[in-house]
Design a protein around this ligand. Structure first.
Ligand code: FER
Length: 246
C-alpha cells in the first residue's frame, strides 16, 4: 500500500493505492466515500477488498473537507468534489501500469461517480455508483437537504443539523447540477448496488437510475441500510460478480 497526497488546484487530497501483487500491469478503480465519510469506513474497505480479489487495483481518495484531505467540511461543494475527482482521474491516467480504468463511490461519492462517468465517458471501462445520492440536486432545487427545509430562492448562509454546518454555497452549487445529462452521456456498463431499507437515499432512485442508463445492472440488497451495515458481504459479492462479467 502506498499513501500519498494528490494535488487538486492547491488542495491536498489524501490517497491510498493498493496494487495487485506480482502484476506488472492491472486495471485500476478509483474509490470515493460519501458525505461526512472517509476512506476507512467498513463499506469502503469491503468494496476495496472485493476489487483487489477481482484483480483490480484500487486508488482510494478523500475529497475536499473530508478525511485527511484539505479544506473545511463546511466549505465543500459538489463543484469542488468534481474538480478533485478530475484531478484524481488525471493522476490515475498518468500511471503507466494501468490497463483499464474504473470509478466507484458511495452515496455522494456515487453521485460524483455518475457525474464524472458522464463527463469523462470515454475514459472508464465501467462505473460503479453505490447507493448513489443523485437526488441531491433535485431536492436542493425544491428546498430540502439533510431533512431541513429552506427557501430554494433565498438561500440561507448556513445549514445546521446537529453537529453539522454546511455553507449555503453547497446548496447554490447543487441546484445547478443536472445528473440526467451525465447519465445520458455514459453508455458503458454500470453497477448500482443499493439497500432497499436505505432511509438516507431512497431505493427508488436506484431503480430510476437503472432505467435511465443504457447498460446498467441494479443489485438490490434486501434489508440493507445506507451503509450496508450487516450486509457488507452482499455488497462485496455484488462487486465481485460484476467484475466477472466485465
Ligand atoms: C441529503 C441526503 C444525503 C444530503 C446529503 C446526502 C447534503 C448524502 C449522503 C451521503 O453521502 O452519505 O439531503 O444533503
Amino acid at each position: 500500500m502506498e499513501e500519498f497526497y494528490i494535488d487538486s488546484d492547491g488542495i491536498k487530497l489524501h490517497a491510498k493505492l493498493e496494487r495487485i501483487e506480482g502484476a506488472d500491469k492491472s486495471p485500476l478503480c478509483i474509490l470515493i466515500h460519501g458525505f461526512t465519510g472517509h476512506m476507512e469506513e467498513d463499506h469502503i474497505i469491503a468494496v476495496k477488498d472485493a476489487m483487489l480479489e477481482s484483480g483490480v487495483s484500487v486508488l482510494r481518495a478523500e475529497m475536499y473537507g473530508h478525511g485527511k484531505s484539505g479544506g473545511k467540511f463546511r466549505d465543500h461543494t459538489l463543484y469542488k468534489w468534481v474538480t478533485n475527482a478530475l484531478s484524481v482521474v488525471n493522476y490515475a491516467q498518468s500511471l503507466d501500469w494501468v490497463t483499464d480504468l474504473y470509478i466507484s463511490g458511495h452515496s455522494q461519492g456515487g453521485l460524483l461517480t455518475m457525474l464524472i462517468g458522464g463527463m469523462r465517458c470515454d475514459d472508464f471501462k465501467a462505473i460503479l455508483p453505490l447507493s448513489p445520492a443523485w437526488m441531491i440536486p433535485g431536492i436542493a432545487r425544491e428546498g430540502n437537504l439533510l431533512g431541513i427545509d429552506f427557501d430554494p430562492v433565498h438561500i440561507p448562509e448556513t445549514l445546521y443539523r446537529e453537529d453539522l454546518e454546511l455553507s449555503g454555497d453547497y446548496i447554490r452549487v447543487a441546484q445547478t447540477i443536472h445528473v440526467e445529462d451525465e447519465i445520458a452521456r455514459y453508455e458503458g456498463p454500470v453497477l448500482i448496488v443499493h439497500g432497499d431499507a436505505d432511509s438516507v437515499v431512497p431505493y427508488s432512485y436506484a431503480v430510476k437510475a437503472q432505467e435511465l442508463y443504457k447498460n446498467a445492472v441494479l443489485v438490490p440488497v434486501r434489508g440493507a441500510d445506507h451503509c450496508f451495515v450487516g450486509y457488507i458481504d452482499e455488497l462485496a459479492d455484488a462487486v465481485k460478480a460484476f467484475f466477472k462479467t466485465i
